[in-house]
Design a protein around this ligand. Structure first.
Ligand code: ADP
Length: 461
């Protein structure tokens, strides 16, 4: 400011001196005072014009100038230009920061496992992430600023959108949903800002399936328990109300014991399944002897066959061959439970006189194979993929009559999976079935091939 004043006064002094000089020596007819006054005024006007031109330069720079440099460096205008440049730079930095933050924020939304769609106050799509694109089949080029309701034509969603009640989410069919393979999407709208909406979507197909399975499971268990309970209740009532002979009483009590056994087997299978689901995987360092397992299977199998067919001429032809003198890493209880389910099924479903062959052998690639083959009724191909589902039975009455719970093969599947093994089912209706469990080489420890034959002889003998 001081410099401005000094330059203003200096220019007027120079003007005044020049006016005096001109009046005194050049235009001698003019009075010296007039020359001085005219010089001072011209000096002031000159200073003003120079100042104005600097101001105009600054204004031009402010309009279109490069913020990396200043319009001028000195004087008041220089300082204004420097401060304006700093302000512009700070503003530019702020804009860059906000843009970076916005990009980070959008990248985070992009990485979200949920579908995210931002809708404006009219319900038009402003932005969506890839997951939302997959859920609704959106295209980033084509569908921006389209009305969400025009692209997702679900009556349930239309009603939800127009209800303006977004407290709960809506479950609607997904884009690729078919009756055979239903896909379910959960969609939830959240109002924000001025009338805008945030739409979150996620695929709940697996959840819905799990929920349906849970419902089916509870219904199945209730049904399975209710049947023997009803029978038991009926017998109790008969015993209480009717005068019965000792013989009749004995018969009824035996039938009641049978129903109680059935419930016991069911509960024990359910507990086995829940233990399999809830316990840690069987260790790879606990070794189970295969010949010992086969001996136990043979003992139990022969006992069951004898119970089912008490007269010795109608017994099954049972054959147990252990061609592998080795061990399997895993849980002996689980392995015995799975294998005896296969052997028991073969015995229960194969009519008397039929043949059952249980075999353990080492495959050329060092995997171990357990197989149970029978000459029973066999299973039609359409049932095979569903056999390991809980409570799935090909023939309900036959399964129940033979004491089945419908959980045996579900247990076999679980145990196989927990031991990294593969369960294969081959069957020809009218001819028989072969159930095979193949354990990976990493879980098998075997003796030399020559000792395998010896092991087979030991078990069979
Ligand atoms: P269940 O307790 O009814 O035997 P499983 O899960 O063990 O239940 O078996 C499921 C169904 O598979 C059985 O109901 C039966 O229809 C069929 N099945 C299992 N093993 C055999 C077999 N060896 N021969 C014929 N059918 C079988």
């Amino acid at each position: 400011m001081f410099l401005r004043f000094v330059s203003f006064v200096a220019l007027q002094l120079v003007g005044g001196f020049a006016g005096w000089y001109a009046a005194s020596y050049i235009y001698v007819t003019t009075s010296a005072l007039v020359g001085v006054v005219a010089g001072v005024v011209l000096g002031g006007v000159g200073w003003f014009l120079i100042d104005l031109s600097r101001g105009v330069r600054l204004l031009r720079w402010l309009r279109v100038g490069d913020a990396s440099d200043v319009a001028m460096r000195t004087g008041l205008w220089g300082e204004i230009s420097d401060r304006a440049r700093r302000l512009i730079r700070a503003r530019e930095q702020l804009t860059r920061d906000s843009q970076n933050r916005l990009q980070d924020f959008l990248a985070a939304l992009q990485a979200s496992p949920n579908g995210v769609v931002l809708l404006d106050s009219e319900g038009r799509i402003e932005w969506f992430n890839q997951m939302a694109a997959a859920h609704f089949g959106f295209d980033a080029q084509r569908d921006m600023l389209q009305h969400f309701g025009n692209l997702v034509r679900d009556p349930g969603f239309a009603a939800y959108f127009s209800s303006h009640d977004y407290l709960s989410e809506l479950v609607m069919p997904g884009r690729e949903s078919t009756p055979a393979r239903p896909v379910k999407l959960s969609v939830h709208l959240h109002p924000y800002g001025e009338g805008r909406l945030l739409l979150l979507s996620h695929d709940v197909t697996a959840l819905e399936q799990a929920e349906a399975m849970r419902r089916d499971f509870v219904a199945n268990v209730s049904h399975e328990i209710r049947t023997p309970l009803t029978v038991l209740g009926g017998f109790v009532e008969t015993l209480q109300t009717l005068p019965l002979t000792d013989q009749e009483r004995e018969r009824y009590l035996a039938l009641m014991a049978q129903q109680a056994d059935r419930m016991q087997t069911l509960v024990s299978d359910l507990l086995t399944l829940s233990r399999l689901e809830g316990s840690p995987l069987p260790g790879a360092l606990d070794w189970v002897s295969i010949p010992a397992l086969m001996r136990q299977l043979e003992q139990d199998g022969r006992a069951l066959s004898a119970v089912l067919h008490p007269s010795s001429d109608r017994l099954h032809k049972l054959e147990f061959s252990c061609l592998l003198d080795g061990e399997i890493a895993g849980s002996s209880i689980e392995l015995l439970s799975a294998m005896s389910n296969l052997v028991n099924n073969a015995i229960r479903y194969t009519p008397s006189g039929g043949e059952i062959h249980v075999r353990a052998l080492l495959l050329p690639d060092a995997r171990a194979e357990f197989s149970v083959s029978d000459t029973g009724p066999g299973i039609a191909p359409e049932h095979i993929p569903r056999l390991t589902e809980r409570f799935y039975r090909v023939d309900r009455s036959r399964s129940r009559d033979s004491g089945g719970t419908g959980l045996g093969l579900a247990i076999v599947k679980h145990v196989s999976q927990r031991h990294g093994a593969e369960l294969k089912i081959e069957s020809t209706p009218g001819k028989g079935s072969v159930f095979t469990v193949i354990f990976p080489a990493s879980r098998v420890r075997s003796e030399s091939p020559s000792s395998r034959q010896a092991a087979g002889i030991a078990v069979n003998g």
